[in-house]
Design a protein around this ligand. Structure first.
Ligand code: ACO
Length: 374
């Protein structure tokens, strides 16, 4: 008997994307893909964005995960954590030659020790904007700007990134974006962070793993490609032929479709409202993008009738971050500045669950001749 015909047959069907598999209990967020609703820390997303700063969202998520967290203490702690993170910037920049901002951010998180007088969740949330701003400026040949512990997280990020005071509208939009991105059920990066947390590896390793999962274009890496798509389409006359050709040749339209949502992603509406407030110099670009969105939905409906495909968060993330003059190379890391709030809270929850995540697999490989396997 050859090895080939002694291969094991799969014993069970596998959902290779683990769709429908429940991997944890969580009180942090709920994604309702049929109704197009997102609850974070017990609040409907639009209500959370209207009532809470990003610092308040961080505190609410940590409280929900069972950690006593006062809003003001979290805001003060994040200010101190940003200042502490800045001490790592020279080493980070020295190690980042030839790397993209996202690639170098992985190094930045690796510089954080597990043990430190400032608790790891604060250091992780605090370090993100400091590292991203310094790396994005470095890419453009500019010196890093030091954080200001007295400023809000969103304001300080924009100031460190651009080297000038942001407008109140820009701060509002950035803050709303961070809250909108803060948590989203058992997405790929959150699951990754929880798997690592389940081994008791600690917050820093778990969040670094989450960042690595976020990097891919099927998850947090889509907003840059959304703008690339708008650039490639170029003119209103080219919209429909370009989109049609892309879908017919098997390409995925970036910023559309979602594993859970079968209707419009509610985050798209929240960010769409912020984009409308900001449009200013970008009015023409945004009008063009909205035309692309409408045509893309129609083309997808016609060419993929079996799968409802609507706009996801990344389409409006791209427009918002572009309107805030954030460089494309910093789009995915900017998403991480918001999402680290949820990752740290999920790690807290997972650590309390205290159970190693260790699933099984169907063995479909070769069985040695002398063995019989059921
Ligand atoms: N454009 C064109 N077709 C699509 C798209 C898309 N954006 N998304 C799904 N489809 C099609 C697939 O080609 C497939 O068609 P087929 O049955 O004819 O082969 C069908 O819809 C089902 O696709 P799946 O791969 O089963 O869908 P899945 O749930 O795995 O996809 C995903 C979810 C990865 C987000 C997908 O919609 C996609 O690639 N979108 C583009 C990338 C993107 O915007 N990512 C950001 C997501 S939001 C976030 O993570 C923060």
């Amino acid at each position: 008997m050859t090895n080939e015909n002694k291969k094991m047959k799969a014993t069970k069907a596998v959902a290779t994307g683990l769709e429908g598999v429940i991997a944890a209990d969580t009180a942090l967020s709920r994604v309702d893909g049929t109704a197009g609703r997102l609850i974070i820390a017990g609040l409907d997303l639009p209500d959370l964005v209207a009532s809470s700063s990003f610092e308040g969202t961080v505190a609410a998520l940590w409280r929900t995960a069972g950690h006593v967290s006062d809003d003001q203490e979290v805001a003060d702690g994040l200010g101190l954590a940003r200042v502490d993170a800045f001490t790592h910037v020279p080493a980070l920049l020295a190690a980042s030659a030839g790397l993209t901002v996202t690639e170098a951010l992985r190094i930045g998180l690796s510089l954080l020790a597990d043990e430190h007088p400032i608790p790891a969740p604060l250091r992780l949330v605090g370090a993100m904007p400091v590292f991203v701003a310094a790396l994005a400026r470095h890419e453009q040949g500019a010196e890093p700007c030091a954080p200001d512990a007295a400023q809000g997280h969103a304001e300080d990020y924009l100031r460190m990134l651009h080297g000038s005071e942001p407008t109140p509208d820009a701060v509002h939009a950035m803050d709303a974006y961070f809250t909108t991105a803060s948590d989203h059920g058992m997405n790929a990066s959150t699951f990754t962070a929880r798997v690592v947390a389940s081994t008791a590896a600690g917050q820093v390793s778990s969040i670094l793993a989450g960042l690595c999962a976020l990097k891919g274009p099927l998850h947090g890496g889509a907003p840059g490609p959304v703008l690339d798509m708008l650039d490639e389409i170029g003119t209103p006359e080219n919209i429909e032929p370009w989109l049609r050709n892309a879908v017919q040749t098997g390409e995925r339209l970036m910023g559309f479709g979602h594993r859970i949502y079968r209707v419009r992603d509610p985050r798209a509406d929240v960010l769409g409202a912020e984009v409308a407030q900001l449009s200013g110099n970008h009015r023409q670009r945004i009008a063009f993008a909205l035309q692309v969105e409408e045509t893309a939905k129609a083309v997808l409906k016609e060419l993929k009738p079996h799968r409802p495909l609507d706009t996801n968060v990344e389409f409006y993330t791209a427009l918002l971050l572009e309107a805030l003059d954030i460089p494309r190379s910093a789009f995915t890391p900017t998403f991480a500045i918001g999402r680290v709030a949820g990752w740290t809270a999920h790690v807290m929850e997972q650590e309390q669950a205290g159970r190693l995540i260790r699933p099984s697999a169907n063995y479909v490989g070769v069985v040695p001749d002398h063995l019989e396997m059921a």
